[in-house]
Design a protein around this ligand. Structure first.
Ligand code: NDP
Ligand code: 8X3
Length: 250
């Protein structure tokens, strides 16, 4: 039986790589993001192999998230896999200097956005007593690092929500998985440093970082386990990384 996956943040990085890998494995896709052109381009590419539907919304917009997910065509309503991936860091500054707008963005997108999408998708999983939620956390949700403050707080919240979802949804046979990567070279640092390419590049200097594809492979591994197996929580580092702050650069 073919599965349907809804992936947030499918226009770039980990979400896009996951969409491409799922398509290779014949999983039909609901691709979400704010950048309509990228959604359309990816949909065109992947619809060569699977059915694709796109939803263009900002996860911060609660009404729009619910409106679009609740109004999915009948054939797309039974979402088997939800990948809560949309998110970013905004800034990297000490608490006394950090920008409140950046803090609000991280809480609104990484935490509240994930909650809105989950609340819109979960009822149908509960009704069917089946489904799999993959929450993309971070090593930043396991260890706080200097200047990480609000980004770390947002990912600690994802960690707690992941456990909360697993505890509350186990009675319905719904799987809940957290994938917590370390350094992955995507558009992440470019967004964090507001388009400063050099600063973004320096994050990965002297190491071989994870690629979005590396993370997608772990996500696919989790969703492809037999029905009785749930991968609860994974930390995934590049080999050169041992913790948030211990990175062996050459
Ligand atoms: P990218 O910047 O490459 O991708 C982020 C994705 O999130 C984009 O598709 C973007 O789409 C979407 N997004 C951002 N803000 C919003 C919003 N307000 N509404 C809807 N979609 C939004 O970064 P990554 O692929 O690296 O990040 C994906 C996830 O992985 C994030 O949750 C991040 O915290 C996490 N992560 C990343 C790590 C890394 O080192 N790269 C490590 C650990 C975790 P669009 O702009 O089109 O809306
Ligand atoms: C992204 C990884 O170390 O920049 O979540 O927080 S890190």
């Amino acid at each position: 039986m073919k599965k349907i996956a809804l992936i947030t943040g499918a226009t770039s990085g980990i979400g896009k790589a996951t969409a491409e890998l799922f398509a290779q494995h014949q999983i039909d896709l609901i691709l979400c993001g704010r950048r309509q052109e990228r959604l359309a381009e990816l949909a065109m590419q992947l619809s060569q192999s699977v059915k694709v539907y796109t939803l263009c919304f900002d996860v911060r917009d609660k009404e729009e998230v619910f409106r679009q997910i609740e109004n999915l065509p009948t054939d797309w309503k039974q979402i088997d896999v939800l990948v809560n991936n949309a998110g970013n860091a905004h800034g990297l500054a000490p608490v006394d200097k950090a920008d409140l707008v950046d803090w609000e963005a991280m809480i609104d997108i990484n935490v509240k956005g994930l909650m809105y999408v989950s609340k819109a998708v979960i009822p149908s999983m509960v009704e069917r007593k089946s489904g799999h939620i993959i929450n993309i956390g971070s090593i930043a949700g396991k260890e706080v690092y200097p200047n990480g403050n609000a980004y770390c707080a947002s990912k600690y919240a994802v960690d707690a929500l992941n456990s909360g979802m697993r505890l509350d949804l186990v009675q319905y046979g719904i799987k809940v998985t957290a994938i917590n990567p370390g350094l992955v070279e995507t558009e992440f640092s470019l967004v964090r440093f507001k388009g400063d390419e050099q600063r973004a590049k320096n994050v990965y200097k002297g190491i071989t970082p994870l690629t979005a594809q590396d993370v997608a492979e772990v996500i696919y591994f989790a969703v492809s386990r037999p029905a009785h197996v749930n991968i609860a929580d994974v930390i995934l580092f590049p080999t050169a990384q041992a913790s948030s702050t211990v990175v062996n650069r050459v």
